[in-house]
Design a protein around this ligand. Structure first.
Ligand SMILES: Nc1ncnc2c1ncn2[C@@H]1O[C@H](COP(=O)(O)OP(=O)(O)O)[C@@H](O)[C@H]1O
Ligand SMILES: [Mg+2]
Length: 416
């Protein structure tokens, strides 16, 4: 197993989530899935493992990453492009029947795009494709997939859908929200009404809160037909096993005790952060050959954790801050950051009463109810998005960071 920290992992490098993968595949027999969670939590890796698994049972499976899509047509273009190689594998009789339609769809996408770009110069409102246009196109494309081979099961994995929807809202201040609603309605209603729709399963994932987006715009109903899933951290045992496997691979004299300490230092045992922590520990140890004994390695754990949050190595943590502004808007995001600043002061977290008092100071012109509502709203979002969790072990509730390296980073950034 290699010490990979960044790109999706597969095969030998995909550790510890076999059961979780089978569980998702099982759900997909009957339901569509929405898998949300912060960046680098292992979504793409597990979704690709699910794809591999269903392919072994003769499903067709395609993946599209729609983070760069700015509108509905771009989405359809991605889908079309991902389908092309699959269409090519169909038997020649089927191909003959469907190839012309498939090619025609591509031409239609292009012609609507040209019409939209042309209109865009006159008025921003006209820059959006008329909804009936792209909906017909989308339906036709999916019909093709559903009918090319009767009864053939398909899995369509859509990565980073929330980013695309946020793009649409940002680019089209007048109609963006309405378009997002139409898109999600299409997905929920129109697509399901197509003949043969049961043969296609959707696996949708994202690293910014689609749940926050739909709640804020009163469209939570549009995603409630999806089965909501997330990726829990590893249990301590699995986390230790992974660290030991890495240690073995890189011949680091890490014993059980040292592995346990490393896992404890990360606190939230998501594989990416374990890989990162291991990486920095390995760097320290190999830079200092005489610290290679187990006891000495333990003494390097804390310094390695600090290496992890230094400028230059901290890009992953920025995402945790940026996604707040993306999902919450500037004002609310600033409040959330202020609360996180407080919670970061202490590894044990901050008391809710103190955080509420702090928020009251930031919202002097609002009523007590408004201040309270804001706190409760942010408290729940930050909990759901895995920034913090309520720790009641001391008798007094405290909201504390899940991820100790993130807390250190947060603290360092706000310290002069
Ligand atoms: N099952 C796993 N076993 C080992 N490492 C993993 C696993 N899943 C994720 N990782 C780690 O997390 C990183 C990011 O994984 P990825 O699937 O791209 O996450 P996401 O799609 O949520 O951003 C990988 O480079 C690897 O370091
Ligand atoms: Mg991903």
């Amino acid at each position: 197993m290699d010490n990979i920290a960044g790109t999706p992992v597969e095969g030998e490098n995909f550790f510890g989530r076999g059961t979780e993968m089978l569980r998702l595949a099982e759900i997909l027999k009957n339901d569509d899935i929405l898998l949300l969670g912060p960046r680098r939590i292992g979504k793409t890796s597990i979704c690709r493992a699910v794809m591999g698994h269903v392919k072994a049972s003769n499903w067709h499976a395609i993946e599209i990453n729609v983070a760069s899509c700015e509108d509905e047509l771009a989405f359809l273009e991605k889908l079309h492009a991902a389908l092309a190689p699959e269409m090519a594998t169909l038997g020649s009789k089927i191909k003959d029947r469907f190839a012309a339609t498939f090619d025609a769809i591509s031409t239609r996408i292009k012609s609507i795009k040209i019409a939209v770009t042309g209109a865009g110069t006159a008025s921003v409102d006209l820059a959006a494709p008329a909804s009936e246009d792209w909906i017909h196109l989308g339906n036709d494309l999916l019909q093709l997939l559903m009918q090319a081979e009767a009864g053939q099961a398909w899995l369509v994995y859509i990565d980073e859908l929330p980013i695309m929807l946020f793009n649409m809202i940002r680019n089209d201040t007048q109609n963006g929200v309405r378009r997002v609603r139409r898109f999600l309605d299409w997905f929920r209603n129109d697509v399901r009404a197509l003949p043969g729709s049961r043969s296609v399963r959707w696996l949708v994932s994202g690293s910014v809160g689609l749940d926050t987006l739909v709640q804020q715009h009163g469209m939570a109903d549009t995603i409630n037909s999806l089965n909501h899933q997330n990726l829990a951290a590893f249990t301590e045992d699995v986390a230790i096993a992974m660290v030991l496997k890495l240690a073995d691979r890189y011949q680091l004299a890490l014993d059980n005790e040292a592995a346990r300490k490393l896992v404890a230092a990360v606190q939230w045992a998501q594989p990416y952060y374990l890989q990162k922590a291991f990486h920095y520990l390995r760097q320290r140890v190999s830079a200092n050959a005489n610290t290679a004994a187990a006891a000495d390695i333990i003494s390097q754990i804390d310094p390695a954790m600090n290496d992890m949050v230094q400028p230059g190595s901290d890009n992953d943590f920025h995402h945790w801050e940026q996604r707040l502004a993306l999902q919450l808007g500037t004002v609310q995001a600033a409040h959330a950051i202020a609360l996180l600043n407080l919670a970061a002061q202490d590894a044990a977290g901050a008391r809710p009463e103190n955080m509420l008092a702090h928020l009251e100071g930031r919202m002097p012109n609002d009523s007590t109810e408004k201040q309270r509502e804001m706190f409760i709203n942010l408290r729940d979002i930050l909990q759901r998005d895995a920034y913090w969790w309520p720790d009641e072990s001391s008798g007094n509730k405290r909201y504390r960071f899940h991820l100790e390296p993130l807390r250190r980073w947060w603290l360092r950034r706000n310290t002069l």
